[in-house]
Each structure stands twice: as C-alpha cells, then as structure tokens.
Design a binder for this molecule. Structure first.
Ligand code: SAM
Length: 263
C-alpha cells in the first residue's frame, strides 16, 4: 500500500524530533574525516513547501517547526536549526528540508548518498530535487531490498555508514518488518550507524517492536521517546520514538534535553 504522502505531515512535531536526532548523529560522525556512506530506506521527497494546500490542510507543521521557530528557537539544536535556516534563506520561509536534504547539508561533498523511494510521485519529486547534487543517487526501489543490496559486506570493504529507516507504518506488519530488516542489515554491515523512527500511538503498536530490538543484543544502542504535550487531547499520534544502534561517540550528551522541546 502506498497512499502515504509526507507533504501532509512535513515539519510536524515528529519531524522535529526525528530530524533533530538525525542532525546530532551526523554532526558527531563528521568529527572524523573519513567519508560516510549515507542511505535511506524511505526517503520521501527531500523538500517540502509548508504553504502547500496539503500542509495547510492538516496544520501539522504549524504546531511543529513553525511554532518551534517562533516560540522555542532557543531550545532547537543548533546544527538542525542551521540547516533549516539555510534552506529557508535560499528558498523562502515556507520551505522545510526533509531528512535527506538535512543530511546533504550537514555532510560533505566526499560523502555518498543512496536514497530509496517507492511511491512514483514522491520519487519523481525526489529525483527532481536531488538529481544535480554531487554524489547523490536516488533509486525507485523498495527501501529494505535496496539498502541491503547496496550495503557493503565485510570483508573486504568496511565502510563508515549511516542508514535511516523511516517507514510510514501504513500497515501493522511494518513494525515486524523493521526488526527483521535491522537484524539482516547489522549482520551484513555491522559498523553502520542505524537510526529507526517510529510513531508513539495510543494503541502502543511500537512496544513489541522496541522490546524485540532491546533483546537482540545490538551494540551501543540509544533510544529517545518523547510525548507531544500540544497533542494530548488530539486524535492520532501521541509522541515520537527513535532507536539507534552504533550510537556515534559524543551524540548522546547533545540530546540530553531533547524532551523539553515537546513539553
Ligand atoms: C515518512 S516518509 C519519509 C520522510 C523522510 N524520511 C523525511 O524525514 O523527510 C516515508 C516514505 O516512504 C515511502 N515508502 C513507503 N514504502 C516504501 C518502501 N517499501 N520502500 C521505499 N519507500 C517506501 C513513502 O512513499 C514515503 O514517501
């Protein structure tokens, strides 16, 4: 099923949480000067217009990044804020960078980007936005299959890597799928930093998945779950969660106060 379109949700509170963690992890990895191979299983389009009909219809960005920029700017991580401001300075205040645009801004020319997106319309928009960027490869392909195919096998080619897994969770099976994907990915590319995003819903679908990930004995794990006080009386998403393995050195301290943004 491919009915999800991130334009309805771009820049919402979950994006602020996910993209803040992403910015902190990539900034920490960049401290070493070896190149990074960056991949996404579920890329989206990379750039979102928050004044579009779709974004205005849900109003999610208004409660998310727009409110944070107006009232909580001092609480935003400086690397995340810097990347958002860079996009808005060039393209206008109505634009918001998706995960891969943030990664492209925060990483370097020598780093390599492989981005998977299956939805035909989203892929067309992604390709249109990114085709001219150095070392960026877009793939109209299933993200789980694509990343596993491109992940370097050790030996002979250990490579510093980062994989973002950001599914739309349109079906409940997705929670099991990510667990088996992470197991396969880690077996093949054990040094890669892997970041998984998941929604916190009142039904608690994520709980079983989080427990299974905790039981896998993965190295250097980190989790961040936040509750959105602004949505406490709303239907739908209640909070946002991130699970990381091979957490980069120095990143955890930078995220110690992340919950404050959502209180
Ligand atoms: C949550 S959005 C991605 C948002 C993006 N990572 C960001 O933070 O800016 C999930 C995307 O995954 C795409 N998608 C869904 N199933 C997929 C699959 N099996 N492989 C690749 N992309 C898929 C959807 O079309 C959608 O664009």
């Amino acid at each position: 099923m491919l009915s999800y379109q991130h334009i309805y949700h771009a820049g919402n509170l979950a994006d602020v949480h996910k993209h803040t963690v992403l910015a902190v992890l990539l900034t920490a990895m960049k401290a070493k000067d070896k190149p990074i191979s960056y991949m996404e299983t579920h890329a989206g389009r990379g750039l979102y217009n928050l004044s579009s009909e779709e974004a205005i219809k849900t109003g999610e960005a208004k409660l998310g990044i727009i409110d944070c920029l107006e009232h909580k700017r001092h609480l935003l991580n400086k690397d995340y804020l810097g990347a958002v401001e860079k996009v808005q300075k060039i393209l206008g205040k109505e634009f918001y960078p998706g995960s891969l645009m943030l990664a492209r801004i925060l990483l370097r020319d020598e780093d390599e980007f492989n981005l998977m997106e299956l939805h035909p319309k989203e892929y067309a928009a992604l390709h249109h936005t990114m085709f001219d960027f150095k070392n960026v490869h877009t793939h109209k392909r299933d993200g789980y299959e694509g990343v596993l195919a491109l992940a370097p096998r050790r030996p002979p080619n250990p490579s510093r890597g980062f994989v973002l897994i950001d599914p739309s969770y349109e079906v409940k099976e997705e929670y099991d799928k990510v667990v088996s994907f992470i197991a396969k990915l880690h077996k093949k590319w054990e040094t890669a930093v892997v970041m998984l995003w998941y929604p916190v819903l009142k039904e608690g679908y994520h709980k079983d998945m989080v427990a299974k990930l905790a039981d896998m004995g993965l190295p250097k794990t980190y989790s961040s779950e936040v509750t959105f006080s602004a949505l406490k009386n709303a239907e739908g998403i209640k909070g946002s969660g991130v699970f990381v393995l091979n957490m980069p050195f120095g990143a955890e301290e930078k995220l110690a106060d992340i919950g404050e943004l959502f209180n």
